[in-house]
Design a protein around this ligand. Structure first.
Ligand code: NAD
Ligand code: UDP
Ligand code: UDP
Length: 323
């Protein structure tokens, strides 16, 4: 019976942090997964354990170039997500979001596949509306150092809407808020990975600014449940839909929690706030609750404990050091 309902699913960016968890979940559900990734920020190590699975296939490919495959669904997750990674080669970041979306939407159009775009809370920029609802158009600097990511993702949303309107496709957009968990890159500079790696090594915790800026942190298992719920909505439901955990914490609170949970001797060190760093961020998830029947279940303390275990294991086996 399962054979009849098995779907072929393409996940771009499947070797990355979120993508690798999504590959695993869909394989567990009995689907066939093709992971397309150029390993720019992701790594095969995130998916090695899936290589022996008969339903799994890995293709090293850059989504800014066309690809011809036959699948039922596409999750377009490919794009560097941490500020230091997406600012390293900003032109490539915009190309990945824009050319990548065109190619994957073109593929979806040809083969009539359902398409889900991983967008981001960054489309809201430094928000003047709090918490952020999907109706809010955002406050984004179009020429700053974060623009390659923010504007690339905004343009990808535009492409999604226009492909849907012009070609009557089943397209879905999710706006993902800060997500954390195992398989995050230890040196990707994001706040959760930085703080845990620093705390575990008793190195100073680097707070940018005075630490009063806020973020809402969603555990990765909750997030991928939201992604698959969104994919399974009716064809004519496009969103965009916010996916995130509305629990809001200051960066200083996160630093203190991390020090306490790791039993670290780290001190706190204050550094300048990077340009255009949003001061607050918290999703309004009413639409996700309503349309997807989705709500995040993992409290920050529980998710942090699992993430600390993961990085602790990495340090013990590989001696990876925080930058
Ligand atoms: P990640 O950097 O761990 O994963 C991105 C993956 O995309 C990597 O495996 C990378 O090698 C791959 N990739 C990058 N450019 C590519 C290209 N041109 N062709 C093929 N593959 C390419 O990041 P992540 O945190 O897993 O993010 C996944 C997606 O979710 C991204 O689209 C990101 O914008 C979005 N998102 C993430 C967060 C978050 O907090 N993690 C928040 C908002 C949105
Ligand atoms: N594309 C792809 N695989 C496909 C079909 C299309 O990679 O199976 C890419 C191709 O690069 C194409 C882009 O998607 O240029 C957009 O496709 P679309 O059909 O919208 O436009 P066109 O083919 O006219 O450029
Ligand atoms: N941040 C920090 N110390 C770090 C890394 C990040 O204080 O070592 C801050 C950063 O300035 C931002 C917040 O933590 O205000 C979240 O940063 P991250 O890069 O994780 O995500 P984003 O800014 O994209 O939300």
């Amino acid at each position: 019976m399962k054979e009849l309902t098995r779907k072929q699913i393409l996940i771009t960016g499947g070797a990355g942090f979120i993508g690798s968890h999504l590959c695993e979940k869909l394989l567990k559900e009995g689907q066939e997964v093709i992971c397309v990734d150029n390993c720019y920020t992701g790594t095969k190590e995130n998916i090695y354990h899936l290589f022996d699975h008969p339903g799994f296939e890995f293709i090293r490919h850059d989504v800014t170039f066309p690809i011809y495959l036959e699948v039922d669904e596409i999750y377009n997750m490919a794009c560097p997500a941490s500020p230091i990674h997406y600012q390293f080669d900003p032109v490539q970041t915009t190309k990945t979001s824009v050319h990548g979306a065109i190619n994957m939407l073109g593929l979806a159009k040809r083969i009539k596949a359902r398409f889900l775009q991983a967008s981001t809370s960054e489309v809201y920029g430094n928000p003047e509306v709090h918490p952020q609802t999907e109706e809010y158009w955002g406050n984004v600097n179009p020429i700053g150092i974060r623009s390659c990511y923010d504007e690339g993702k905004r343009c990808a949303e535009t492409l999604c809407m226009d492909y849907r309107r012009q070609h009557d496709m089943a397209v879905k957009i999710v706006r993902i808020f800060n997500t954390y968990g195992p398989n995050m890159h230890p040196n990707d500079g994001r706040v959760v990975s930085n703080f845990i790696m620093q705390a575990l090594q008793n190195k100073p915790i680097t707070i940018y600014g005075d630490g009063s800026q806020t973020r809402s942190f969603c555990y990765v298992d909750d997030l991928v449940n939201g992604l698959t719920s969104m994919m399974n909505t009716p064809d004519d439901f496009t969103g965009p839909v916010n996916l995130g955990n509305p629990g809001e914490f200051t960066i200083r609170e996160l630093a203190e929690m991390t020090i306490e949970m790791t039993g670290s001797r780290s001190t706190i060190e204050y550094h300048p706030l990077p340009q255009d760093d949003p001061l607050q961020r918290k999703p309004d998830i009413s639409l996700a609750k309503d349309a997807l029947r989705w709500t995040p279940l993992t409290p920050l303390s529980e998710g942090l404990a699992k993430t600390i275990d993961y990085f602790d294991g990495l340090l013990k086996t590989k001696g990876t050091t925080a930058s």
